[in-house]
Design a binder for this molecule. Structure first.
Ligand SMILES: [Zn+2]
Length: 350
């Protein structure tokens, strides 16, 4: 798939979404198309010659290996119907503030809160693409305490606040580009330098406050502009507004955690919520929410299965890069008119 086309590669509206994905077979076909845009490739022997069995699995003509379109993805062995998964993905991708496990459970009549919670965490775990671009300058960086708020909720142990570093691209003369966030162990130079090198392209201008933990960024190849609070005060400026872009992001994430998730985010899973916020924020100007939906599913079929016990034990499952695929077009027998992604390209869509 080149640049995705609305109405062909992704649904442009909820009406189109509902018309396209009526059955599990429709959803499976879409996932297979996202996973193997040029046709199924056997993961065992690498051949592209296969047929589809009656149960929908692919069978390799060369080695006889059988595989379903969801095997090895986050939808592997799921007991939740794919239509429900798709509806959850649609809500996750298109709702301005995302969706909580409770409202997902209610809206989709998912069996239990636990199931809804695990679905959302599986989706969150796919959002960070390995090897994604780092931010480019100028970038404001600061750190803040996030989490632990429990307004009006009794009987629930208050969560622990987590020190979180935030980096935000600033646009001249004003405006905000992309952002990144990650928990840091502390505000030491080791932690903050690590965060900056992970998330900001070397050579970029990095704007921070005067905190010593940021000293030495120039040695890592950044153009470092520390802003001193004392100097701001002397100039009659508000020292709290040294890094306005970071403060906008910090208040948005805090408001989102309190609003959509009612503050009930534990420290162990905070990184996943940060990833979700960043994923949505950085796509806020996307032409279509349907495109965000398509992107989410693309990441989901490119990600290893996430077991329930991993969601509990390790909130950051490892990711793998999906193998490059090539080969012949997929089985053409399942190509009804209401699966527009299976239409033969007319030339311009690529
Ligand atoms: Zn094979």
């Amino acid at each position: 798939m080149g640049y995705p086309v609305g109405g062909v590669h992704y649904p442009r509206s909820v009406g189109e979404f509902q018309a396209w994905f009526r059955t599990d077979a429709d959803c499976l076909d879409y996932l297979e198309w996202l996973r193997w845009p040029s046709g199924y490739v056997c993961p065992r022997c690498g051949r592209a010659d296969s047929w589809q069995l009656g149960d929908g699995r692919f069978m390799c003509r060369a080695c006889g290996g059988r595989m379903s379109g969801t095997a090895g993805t986050i939808f592997d062995r799921t007991r939740t119907p794919l239509t429900v998964w798709f509806a959850a993905c649609w809500m996750f991708a298109t709702a301005k503030d995302g969706v909580s496990a409770l409202s997902l459970k209610r809206t989709l009549e998912v069996g239990s809160y636990q199931t809804a919670w695990a679905m959302l965490h599986r989706l969150r775990s796919v959002l960070v693409r390995p090897g994604r671009d780092r931010l480019s300058g100028p970038v404001q960086v600061d750190e803040t305490w996030i989490g632990g708020e429990e307004p009006g909720h009794r009987g629930r142990a208050p969560g622990k606040k987590v020190l979180t570093a935030i980096a935000v691209e600033v646009r001249e003369p004003k405006g905000i580009g992309r952002c990144r966030m990650a928990p840091v162990a502390d505000a030491s130079a080791a932690s903050l330098h690590g965060f900056v090198s992970d998330h900001v392209e070397p050579g970029a201008t990095v704007i921070t406050d005067g905190w010593p933990g940021y000293h030495g960024l120039a040695n890592l190849g950044y153009v470092h502009h520390p802003r001193s609070q004392r100097a701001a005060k002397a100039r009659g400026e508000d020292p709290g507004e040294l890094l306005p872009a970071v403060h906008v992001i910090a208040s948005l994430i805090k408001r989102w955690l309190l609003g959509t998730h009612q503050g009930s985010v534990d420290a162990a899973h905070l990184p996943n919520y940060l990833d979700e916020f960043v994923f949505r924020f950085n796509r806020r100007r996307s032409r279509s929410r349907g495109m965000v939906f398509c992107r989410l599913l693309q990441l989901a079929v490119g990600h290893d299965p996430v077991r329930y016990r991993d969601l509990i034990a390790n909130p950051r499952p490892r990711q793998v890069t999906p193998p490059k695929t090539r080969g012949k077009p997929p089985t053409l027998e399942r190509s009804p008119a209401d699966r527009p992604w299976r239409r033969i390209p007319t030339g311009d869509s690529g």
